[in-house]
Write a protein that binds this ligand. Structure first.
Ligand SMILES: O=C(O)C1=C[C@@H](OP(=O)(O)O)[C@@H](O)[C@H](O)C1
Ligand SMILES: C=C(OP(=O)(O)O)C(=O)O
Length: 410
């Protein structure tokens, strides 16, 4: 489906309810499979969480997680400890290009039986579940934090728990802290000191409780961008959010002050208000919040603000090579972008080309990051259904706040 977004204006004040965080949901779904005594609320309706739910419920020996990186990594660990069961874990064409060797080797060192069924180092995997008898493992921490979270999620079910030594610079740290915070919330004991994480085994049953997933901050980023591109005093209210979030992308509240968007927390909502204009250059290291890089680059482009974004080394192995995709699409719109393997420099733009067709490369965040530009000019988003990976009601929600669009089922 192609969506043509006509140049639009949004209401002076609007409210949106956003689905649960897919990162928190996919962790908690796995923990609930290990500890059925828990109940979950506000679980994400994203495709990535639906595939996770199905994968944990099926008794089939073929499990396909499509584009879901967290599901691929977390389930590799989960199926490794399902004694007596053999599963082939596979995914989309792109998933078969996203590296997993660091996690597989760590699990193998702990005693897991995992083999590659197509290419070494990449999904699909054949996993023969068994008891893992080792306790200590070291792994490289600068490629994806998801490998570390995957090990931590199963750690309390290992006989002696787990001691993980993280090598090199640690990337996407808030996601590791999120995993540890959720373990703490359910009563699993863990510590993170220097570069060593220790998780204790669970001996007794855990106290049953209901865990409420906070709404998704990465999804909120598109409304921050919309607020930044809107007239002064525009307000957008989003629910349900917490001031002390476990999600690293909540750093948006600080980052978007640069664009004159002020956040206030009220009960379980956040109010974004456009209060000032600013065209000063922006320099940011996003190694702790890689998923909002596309949103920020497009906000800067729309507002004519030059930016230097660094810490982007993980973007090349996500749904697409996001650095190349950003450069290609911003340049179609008339912008000027330079990239390296880990950074992006955007020059100050002076105009935006009209009716440009944006390619989305099977990447939900390409579609959602570019959509706010409709506040400046008409724009076309190709393969617009990609948004369902994290935010299936994205287009309907944009319509409710005033975006005008036509859907072309091609
Ligand atoms: O653990 C998680 O839920 C995630 C970790 C991050 O990945 P990396 O650690 O690979 O950067 C992030 O990009 C992804 O969307 C979700
Ligand atoms: C990178 C992402 O997801 P994953 O790695 O889980 O596929 C994302 O949602 O931006």
């Amino acid at each position: 489906m192609q969506i043509i977004l006509q140049k639009s204006k949004i209401a002076k004040q609007s409210s949106i309810e956003i689905t649960g965080s897919k990162s928190e949901s996919n962790r908690l779904l796995l923990l609930k499979a290990l500890y059925p005594e828990f109940k979950l609320e506000n679980v994400s309706i994203s495709d990535d969480s639906s595939v996770m739910t199905r994968a944990l419920e099926t008794s089939s020996n073929l499990v396909n997680i499509h584009h879901a990186g967290t599901a691929m990594r977390f389930l590799t660990a989960y199926f490794s400890i399902q004694e007596g069961r053999t599963v082939e874990l596979t995914g989309s064409k792109r998933m078969k290009e996203r590296p997993i060797q660091i996690l597989v080797e760590a699990l193998q060192e702990l005693g897991a039986d995992i083999t590659y069924t197509e290419n070494t180092g990449l999904p699909p995997l054949k996993i023969k579940g068994k008891k893992l008898d080792k306790y200590h493992v070291s792994l490289k921490a600068n490629v994806s934090s998801q490998y570390i979270s995957a090990l931590l999620l199963i750690a309390s079910k290992l006989e002696n728990g787990l001691e993980l030594t993280l090598e090199g610079e640690i990337t996407s740290v808030p996601y590791i802290n999120m995993t540890l915070a959720l373990l703490d919330e359910i009563g699993v004991k863990a510590s993170f000191v220097g570069n060593v994480i220790t998780v204790k085994p669970t001996i007794n049953k855990l106290e049953p409780k209901t865990l409420v997933v906070e709404s998704d901050w990465s999804s909120a980023s598109y409304y921050y961008s919309i607020a930044a591109m809107s007239p002064l005093d525009t307000e957008i209210i989003l629910s349900s959010y917490k001031e002390n979030s476990l999600q690293g992308d909540s750093v948006l509240a600080d980052i978007y002050k640069h664009f004159g968007v002020i956040t206030s927390f009220e009960d379980n909502k956040i109010r974004l208000k456009k209060e000032t204009f600013n065209t000063e250059a922006l320099a940011l290291n996003l190694k702790n919040a890689p998923d909002i890089a596309q949103t920020i680059a497009v906000t800067c482009f729309a507002l004519g603000i030059p930016c230097d974004l660094t810490g982007l080394h993980t973007l090349k192995i996500k749904e697409t090579d996001r650095l190349v995709a950003l450069k290609t699409e911003i340049e179609k719109l008339g912008g000027q972008v330079e990239i390296t393997n880990k950074s992006l420099h955007l020059s100050a733009s002076t105009s935006i080309n009209n009716m440009v067709s944006i390619s989305t490369y099977n990447d939900h965040r390409m579609a959602m990051a570019f959509a706010p530009l409709a506040l400046k000019t008409s724009i076309v988003i190709e393969d617009a259904e990609v948004v369902s990976k994290s935010y299936p009601t994205f287009w309907e929600d944009l319509e409710t706040i005033g975006f005008k669009m036509t859907r072309n089922e091609l």
